[in-house]
Design a binder for this molecule. Structure first.
Ligand SMILES: C[S@@+](CC[C@H](N)C(=O)[O-])C[C@H]1O[C@@H](n2cnc3c(N)ncnc32)[C@H](O)[C@@H]1O
Length: 256
């Protein structure tokens, strides 16, 4: 079954001119989550041989930049060069090539597998952490991020890190991923740029009541909707959900 599936996407890639069967994973992720839109500027981290770059170029038609440790045979409309995504200097190189910020950062990077499972998993999560760090520096506010992760005991912690930075986050295995594969894709939409994150505890004063009757506190110009709070109250609150333009919080303690 898995063998047939591999052969199916392998053959399809050959037939349709994609350099790697992984192209279908991005096409399927995009079909479900609408990550790349027409005109988007896209950065692909760990992009060789270039299947995802071909898909990104087709879906967006905008500026596309790809980096990898390996050379990438040129693709029309795509700037690609050798760089290590774990090095901080790579952010500047990508920004320069893109000539601005990105709408979407995608990362299918994978370590050379040693077969020692916990080691491969840890290196994969390290690469994903580098990708998240880069995405935070490269993306426009509300930009999207897709990253491949090998599942294992560090996966949940990584997912939580991504959840802090984006408005909506899903873990998804597209049909083109082999059934026996431990890979999954973390699909994160709408990068958050407000001053608070889920789980933050802070002291605030309620400035006014919103339409819903809940209290509203302002932090650096960003509205925090505090359930069951009254105007003027001084409170210790805990943020439990963050949206691009506001956050929700619960009261932990009423202060004098
Ligand atoms: C599965 S392949 C990517 C396939 C690609 N998405 C495609 O469709 O053609 C994973 C790539 O990650 C790259 N990679 C691994 N570590 C990297 C690093 N530190 N910096 C840049 N690329 C890296 C590898 O060289 C390899 O080409």
């Amino acid at each position: 079954m898995a063998r047939d599936q591999k052969d199916y996407y392998y053959r399809l890639a050959k037939e349709e001119g994609y350099r790697a069967r992984s192209a279908y994973k991005l096409l399927q992720v995009n079909e479900k989550f609408n990550i790349i839109k027409r005109g988007d500027n896209v950065v692909d981290l760990g992009a060789a041989p270039g299947g995802w770059l071909q898909v990104a170029a087709k879906l967006s038609g905008g500026k596309i930049v790809g980096v990898d440790l390996e050379d990438i045979v040129p693709i029309p409309g795509v700037k690609a060069f050798r760089a290590d995504i774990t090095r901080e200097s790579t952010v500047d190189l990508v920004k320069e090539a893109l000539g601005g910020d990105a709408d979407v950062v995608i990362c299918d990077a994978a370590p050379n597998l040693t077969g020692v499972w916990h080691r491969d998993h840890a290196v994969s999560v390290d690469l994903c952490s580098s990708a998240l760090k880069m995405a935070k520096k490269l993306l426009k506010p509300q930009g999207n991020f897709v990253v491949k992760v090998f599942q294992g005991d560090l996966f949940q912690g990584y997912l939580n890190e991504v959840r802090k930075e984006f408005s909506s986050v899903h873990a998804h295995s597209p049909p083109a991923s082999r059934k026996e594969s431990a890979e999954t894709y973390v699909v994160a939409k709408k990068m958050l740029t407000g001053p608070v994150r889920r789980g933050d505890v802070l002291d605030v004063q309620i400035e006014y009541l919103g339409k819903s009757g809940d209290g509203v506190a302002m932090v650096e110009g960003f509205a925090i909707i505090v359930r069951k709070a009254q105007q003027g109250e001084k409170l210790r609150i805990k943020i439990d959900a963050v949206k691009p333009n506001f956050a929700f919080a619960d009261i932990l303690e009423r202060k004098g």
